[in-house]
Design a protein around this ligand. Sequence first.
Ligand code: NAD
Length: 260
Amino acid sequence: MTQTPQLFDMTGQVAVITGGGRGIGEGIARSFSEAGAAVVVAARRVDEIETVATALRADGGRAIAVTTDVTDDDAVEALAQAAVDEFGSLSTWVNNAGGSPMRMPLSELPREEWDRTLALNLTSVYVGSITAARHIRATAETGSIINISSGAGSGPVPGSAHYGAAKAGTNSLTWTLSAELAPHIRVNGVAPGAIPTEVMLKAVGKNEDQLDELLDEWNIPLGRLGTPQDIGAACLYLASNAASWVSGEILRVGGGAKPR
Ligand code: NAD
């Protein structure tokens, strides 16, 4: 029987994390790297992804940065190919890039913002998943795809209909792809609660100095806001052999279920 630490060991795995330049994606990249995976950090801002990859290498990890816009199909294909060219295979892909800075009633939302939100938060997950699946099948014995969802995808969040619709679609892709890609590739989701990142603070109109207010307003049972490491740890579980019998699940990581 495999010893517990080995179940979480990602040595030999090659992982792509989109939106890995900061926030939750950076936390996932760090968790995977510290567990032994080779990591490909992808996002649009080259300075951010280079900083993350350099820090992971400085800590003994294997990491590269690949500039990618996840709404560009050719760039996503080039990203997968870059992972295989650099590290010889691809086994794990995290569709993390996403978010929505705009909150307003759907009837007031500009049509372009609807299209932009769906492209970034849903279509990119479709393109990323099928691209990843093709490269995983070609280069690895088994693999895993993780989609970063949100609580907005499974209940009403006034002002976030566009974002919630995209995340609900992401949940649906997670369920159906888990069936279509089994048994070779597992597909799971993680739905983070409140993690004070750049896009989240912009969406709720707060800054770094107002985190206590945010905590009061959100009434989180476990008494604190989340961190990128909280989400990184959940993704590590789902990507590792510890979850080798888990697929088609969406794990909520949000500081506890609120009493009704
Ligand atoms: P963030 O703004 O801190 O980071 C987003 C990352 O995605 C950045 O690296 C950014 O450069 C990248 N990105 C944005 N557009 C991109 C594009 N077109 N192509 C490639 N990269 C792009 O945001 P975050 O809070 O870390 O969000 C990460 C994920 O977590 C998102 O999918 C978001 O919807 C989800 N989420 C966040 C929270 C939260 O409270 N922060 C809650 C639920 C879900």
